[in-house]
Design a protein around this ligand. Structure first.
Ligand SMILES: [Zn+2]
Ligand SMILES: [Zn+2]
Ligand SMILES: [Zn+2]
Length: 424
């Protein structure tokens, strides 16, 4: 069994006492515990110290400490003369709102935000290490500043992405009623399951991404609960994050609709085509909700989602009827091949220009997929299946099937990567 080290109760208590005793900006009387020291700062300090020590032939002693969260200014002075030199344990960097901030404090709070922690976790882990931390109110203020900083950066990135999508749409000549029009990919998510039970989370997130650039154009969040409200703080006395009081499943259409509604104002674009998952209720919401051009929006099915749903249905089928799992039925390899054949057909047909004709061909390929996988090639399209080429004795211009592998292995060979990465 893995051994875990725990600080003794005494250690924790004494460390906490030390940390709590020293408020930020105060001079600390006792110099104990540990500190996080930036090595560049230490190098510079040592070189300055050595120069003075060689000139004065004296000893240098550590006199005191002024704390600023996890950063400290340690003051050192010469035993012979008035010389004193500070060691700043952290560098100062340009932080949120253009202010100079201690790097270690920003990094400590940033790390907690990134890993889903907070003041309590930082306090606990640093307490065990014997490193004093900032006061809770300073942690919260830094957390808020970093949040606003991220938001500002994100907004700039999204505006730049919109500008790029607009330029590319203009170059392609893609307009709707004189406004540059683009295709976007939309998706949303909220926690649904944990171990052995399902639930709907209180928060959901939705995104809109430009298809050509693959960059984020919109991000929306809906929260059904606010921790501060739950703790009884008045709404006008805290930054309230609650912005949703309907069902969790309605979060996705609402977020995406908000993004579409502000597309023209923010980016000067219209999201005239969108790619989304098959089971989403987003499409009707957009058609009805986007004023003016909403009725012209077209939905394109996401090939990844379509294949994922196909594979999930096959998995559900064998779960309900385990007898299908045996060889000659739907063993794991066959289920994977069926999904691969569908993916292969979509990929192949997506390259064709004649859209109405291609849709019919794709429908035929998809319906014929199981027959093809089980070795019945009488209805396979010639450009899809090598076996049907052989049937027709015309092996001249195969696009998909050009290997010498037996026909029933070809999709596996061609799509191994695709199967492994996307279709499971
Ligand atoms: Zn001296
Ligand atoms: Zn609130
Ligand atoms: Zn075939």
């Amino acid at each position: 069994m893995q051994k875990r080290w725990h600080a003794s109760k005494y250690q924790k208590l004494s460390i906490r006492k030390n940390s709590a005793d020293i408020e930020d900006g105060q001079n600390s009387g006792s110099l104990d515990g540990s500190r996080i020291v930036n090595l560049d700062q230490l190098k510079q300090f040592i070189s300055e110290l050595s120069v003075h020590a060689s000139q004065c032939d004296s000893s240098i002693t550590l006199k005191g400490e002024k704390r600023a969260g996890l950063a400290s200014i340690l003051s050192c002075s010469c035993s012979k003369c008035d010389f004193s030199i500070p060691l700043n344990t952290s560098k100062k960097v340009l932080g949120p709102k253009g202010k100079m901030r201690w790097e270690v404090n920003l990094a400590a709070v940033w790390g907690q935000i990134s890993t889903g922690g907070g003041f309590a976790r930082l306090h606990e882990s640093m307490g065990i290490l014997g490193v004093p931390v900032m006061a809770p109110k300073n942690f919260v203020a830094t957390e808020r500043s970093i949040g606003l900083w991220w938001q500002e950066k994100l907004n700039k990135e999204m505006i730049a992405a919109g500008r790029e999508e607009k330029r590319l749409a203009e170059e392609r000549g893609d307009y709707h009623e004189g406004v540059p029009a683009i295709t976007v990919v939309v998706d949303a998510g909220w926690c649904k399951r944990s171990h052995r039970h399902s639930y709907n989370a209180k928060s959901g997130v939705g995104i809109i991404v430009g298809q050509v650039t693959g960059k984020l154009l919109y991000l929306g969040v809906r929260n059904k609960e606010c921790t501060a409200c739950k703790q009884g703080f008045e709404v006008d006395k805290h930054q309230c994050f609650k912005n949703w009081d309907q069902s969790s499943s309605e979060m996705e259409p609402d977020i995406i609709l908000s993004g579409f509604k502000e597309a023209e104002r923010v980016h000067g674009l219209r999201y005239i085509n969108f790619i989304g998952d098959g089971d989403s209720s987003v499409y009707p919401t957009l058609i009805q909700g986007v004023p003016g051009w909403g009725r012209y929006i077209k939905k394109m099915e996401c090939a990844n989602h379509a294949c994922k749903c196909y594979r999930s249905s096959l998995e559900k089928l064998v779960q309900e009827k385990p007898q299908y799992k045996r060889n000659g039925g739907l063993p794991e390899k066959m289920r994977r091949r069926l999904a691969c054949a569908a993916r292969c057909a979509i990929k192949m047909r997506s390259k064709e220009a004649d859209v109405p004709g291609t849709i019919k061909k794709l429908e035929k390929d998809l319906r014929n997929g199981p027959f093809h996988c089980f070795g019945i090639h009488t209805n396979c399209s010639v450009d899809f299946c090598k076996a049907s080429h052989q049937n027709e004795s015309s092996l001249s211009s195969s696009t998909v099937m050009s290997s010498d592998e037996p026909a029933d292995n070809t999709h596996d060979e061609l799509l191994t990567g695709m199967c492994d990465s996307r279709l499971r």
